[in-house]
Design a protein around this ligand. Structure first.
Ligand code: UDP
Ligand code: MG
Length: 139
């Protein structure tokens, strides 16, 4: 069965840079339906919880500082094959390696400030979605 939901967040650099509208337009034009969305801000501690899987990596402390540096827009998205199709739409982690036309190629500043998150599996999409949204917030 293909996946039908994924989780994303527009990161502080893209929100601050005024690119959230253009990014959401790309997401909708690619056929994703927004199931839940809000604007919020993470503390460094809460960013650390979200990225706990990377806690042993050298970039972890900087990543937590960056992810708590300004507002973000978390969203739950729906589409057939959502997880894989969305990773394709956002492009490689490092924008220098991202394909032309991808969100990161167009809007990322650096490997850290790379504009947008996309879940890497169905399991993580469910975990990450519930990190930000109660089930009843989804439409
Ligand atoms: N990141 C970083 N330096 C690196 C690799 C990753 O700052 O060398 C940041 C970047 O913001 C990335 C996030 O950590 O999006 C999570 O890393 P992951 O490898 O899971 O990349 P993603 O799944 O977001 O493409
Ligand atoms: Mg990842």
């Amino acid at each position: 069965m293909p996946t039908n939901k994924t989780f994303t967040m527009i990161k502080p650099d893209a929100v601050q840079g005024g690119n959230s509208g253009a990014i959401i337009k790309m997401i909708e034009e690619a056929g994703f339906r927004i199931v839940a969305a809000k604007k919020t801000k993470l503390s460094a501690e809460r960013a650390g919880e979200f990225y706990a899987v990377h806690s042993e990596r050298p970039f972890y402390t900087d990543l937590c500082a960056y992810m708590s540096s300004g507002p973000i827009i978390p969203m739950i998205l729906e589409k057939e094959n959502a997880v894989a199709d969305f990773r394709k739409l956002i492009g490689a982690t490092n924008p220098a390696n991202a394909e032309e036309g991808t969100i990161r190629k167009l809007y990322a500043q650096s490997v850290e400030a790379n504009a947008i998150h996309g879940s890497d599996s169905d399991e993580n999409a469910a975990i990450e979605g519930s990190f930000f949204f109660a089930h009843t917030e989804q439409f």
